[in-house]
Design a protein. Structure first.
Length: 227
């Protein structure tokens, strides 16, 4: 049976974990990610709860462990939390061609689980400091990353009417526009008589809007998607 003091400590830790996880979740929510405020808040609280339960069991039955009746490992539940959160983070990752989305959100879920575990064992300062560093990385370093990754690869998807020599026409057009093509994939719709081509390009020095308009202006093009 938990004492009133234990209950107060547990409630305080759970609340702090929810606040810290919620702060990072708000940043993800602001950027329109599926794993947002509530998901991060619940992950932090859940990790805190699991670690607190592990600590409570060890304090309650640890003496019997020394007598050979039980073998308790206070780190076992925490280790399972780290493994389990990996599956949750994997669900946030989406691959589109050469592009991968959701890695930052998955990393946030992993960090938030760590915050919850830190609060669960009473490491308040490390949890607070890690939250501050995480928010700085998400807010401040995002601008730095945007400048560094200006030459990143993009996917240009072109939906066209099925006709002979289509691929060569598109490649010649992109070459005239000085757009380097690093890879491509082709998908043919026999029922709709349409071909979809995914070009992996690096549009350095080009305005995306004008490039999309130029491709869309081709008479055999039906739809253009740039991502």
């Amino acid at each position: 049976m938990m004492s009133a003091g234990d209950m107060a400590v547990f409630a305080g830790r759970l609340l702090l974990a929810a606040v810290l996880g919620g702060l990072i979740g708000l940043e993800r929510e602001y950027h329109g990610r599926d794993a947002g405020f509530r998901t991060h808040l619940l992950v932090a609280m859940g990790a805190c709860l699991m670690v607190f339960i592990s600590e409570y069991f060890f304090l309650k039955y640890g003496a019997e462990s020394g007598m050979g009746i039980l073998r308790l490992d206070p780190t076992r539940i925490a280790a399972q939390v780290v493994t389990g959160i990996g599956f949750l983070g994997a669900g946030a990752i989406i691959r589109e061609g050469l592009s991968v989305r959701g890695l930052t959100t998955a990393a946030c879920l992993w960090v938030v689980a760590g915050l919850g575990m830190a609060v669960g064992v009473g490491l308040y300062f490390p949890a607070l400091f890690a939250t501050l560093l995480s928010l700085l990385a998400l807010w401040v370093l995002k601008k730095v990353e945007g400048r560094v990754r200006r030459g990143s690869f993009r996917i240009l998807t072109v939906h066209c009417a099925d006709e002979d020599g289509l691929l060569e026409k598109l490649k010649s057009f992109l070459a005239e526009e000085d757009i380097a093509v690093f890879d491509l994939s082709l998908e043919k719709d026999l029922m709709g008589h349409e071909i979809k081509v995914d070009f992996t390009v690096r549009p350095e020095g080009h305005r995306i809007g004008s490039l999309v308009e130029s491709v869309a202006a081709l008479k055999f093009v039906r739809k253009v998607v740039f991502r």
